[in-house]
Design a binder for this molecule. Structure first.
Ligand SMILES: C=C(CC[C@@H](C)[C@H]1CC[C@H]2C3=CC[C@H]4[C@H](C)[C@@H](O)CC[C@]4(C)[C@H]3CC[C@]12C)C(C)C
Ligand code: SAM
Length: 342
């Protein structure tokens, strides 16, 4: 190749690479988090490795799923998990840390909004009502519900880093007068009895070792007649405890999502009744005509590979703290367990 052609080819390739990086970071910035700002929550850079091994020690022996460990260690373990993953979730998924039924012809962003607004509608939320968001993450659902219904929303999360992220997003969205965020344990909430008109939890109570502990607390802080909506993670009747492939997939999901043990679908309503609720409605949102709930996760595989490269480069350049790559690999593996099929 002529030297001039070679120079032009290299320049074009360099330009394409830089454009790609800018595009990657730009795209993430729209969601509020850029690759160059990835942190490990409130963990100091030199402690990331320790905390990551501490997270894994929870699952040390293959038989010892977190369910066998003492329940009182779970909130600290979940807090460590969210220090490790919150920024990667925000960067690669957005401000709503949950799945949503895919809607044909609609974007993921729209499907997420519809799924969150459904909660507000089920709760009959309106201006003047005070709602509780049980396990609020960085507040994506809280802002959608407050904006859609005009209600006030108080969110609680075990993770201090998420509290700061959520407050900052609330301010930027101009919703800080309506949305408040508190750091605390949803199994021992710092709220008086009968202090909320309605409550909801979105893919959060699966972190509780005993569902009674969180549902009981929600029942206590709700006013009599108040409604509670919960989107739960459960195993379906198709799960076979005697099929090693099923068991391995569920264990993989528990390990990669800080879950002390997934519950069966039929256990949920029974627990709600046990703590005092009347069960008004129970729906399986994953049934057709909804597309499979993992559709979005499966479709993103190419971008996870790209994310992995970006993270490796940033770790090498010491822009991202050591350990981000390992956590990202763990999430990649989790995505595999969540989407794998026979
Ligand atoms: C309810 C919970 C969280 C559910 C989901 C929000 C997350 C479950 C798995 C996560 C992800 C997996 C793969 C990541 C990918 C490798 C990375 O490049 C970008 C982020 C991911 C897509 C990440 C995003 C969030 C999840 C989909 C649990 C914790 C109870
Ligand atoms: C998967 S995230 C879902 C967040 C939010 N509901 C959403 O959909 O964006 C689970 C949330 O539950 C919170 N959580 C888990 N265990 C908790 C506990 N014991 N007390 C309070 N919050 C908890 C986590 O901190 C996290 O914010």
């Amino acid at each position: 190749m002529e030297p001039a052609t070679m120079a032009w080819t290299l320049a074009a390739a360099g330009f394409a690479l830089v454009y790609w990086f800018v595009w990657v970071m730009g795209a993430a910035e729209v969601q509020g988090k850029r690759a160059v700002d990835l942190q490990m929550g409130s963990i100091a850079d030199d402690k990331v490795g320790d905390r990551y091994s501490q997270y894994w020690s929870f699952f040390r022996s293959p038989k010892e799923t977190a369910a066998a460990a003492t329940a009182d260690k779970v909130p600290a373990f979940v807090d460590t998990f969210y220090n490790l993953v919150t920024d990667i979730y925000e960067w690669g998924w957005g401000q709503s840390f949950h799945f949503s039924p895919s809607l044909p012809g609609r974007s993921h962003r729209e499907a997420t909004r519809v799924h969150e607004e459904r909660v507000a509608d089920l709760l009959e939320a309106r201006p003047g009502k005070r709602l509780l968001d049980v396990g609020c993450g960085v507040g994506g659902p809280m802002r959608a519900i407050a904006a859609h219904s005009g209600s006030d929303v108080v969110g609680i999360t075990i993770n201090e880093y998420q509290v700061n992220r959520a407050r900052s997003h609330n301010r930027k969205a101009g919703l800080d007068a309506q949305c408040e965020v508190v750091c605390g344990n949803f199994m021992a909430m710092p709220f008086p009895d009968a202090s909320f008109d309605g409550a909801y939890s979105i893919e959060a109570t699966c972190h509780a070792p005993r569902l009674q502990d969180v549902y009981g607390e929600v029942f206590r802080v709700l006013k009599p007649g108040g409604l509670y909506v919960s989107y739960e993670w459960v195993t379906t009747p198709l799960y076979r405890a005697d099929d090693p492939e099923h068991v391995e997939a569920i264990h993989g999901i528990e390990r990669g999502d800080a879950l002390p043990g997934l519950r069966r679908q039929d256990e949920i309503a029974a627990v709600a009744k046990e703590v005092g609720f009347e069960v008004v409605k129970e729906l399986d949102l994953a049934l057709p005509p909804a597309l499979p709930w993992w559709t979005r996760l499966k479709m993103g595989r190419l971008s996870y590979w790209r994310n992995s490269l970006v993270i490796r480069a940033l770790t090498l350049l010491r822009v991202a703290p050591k350990g981000v790559s390992e956590v990202h690999e763990m999430l990649y593996e989790t995505a595999h367990h969540l989407t794998r099929r026979r």
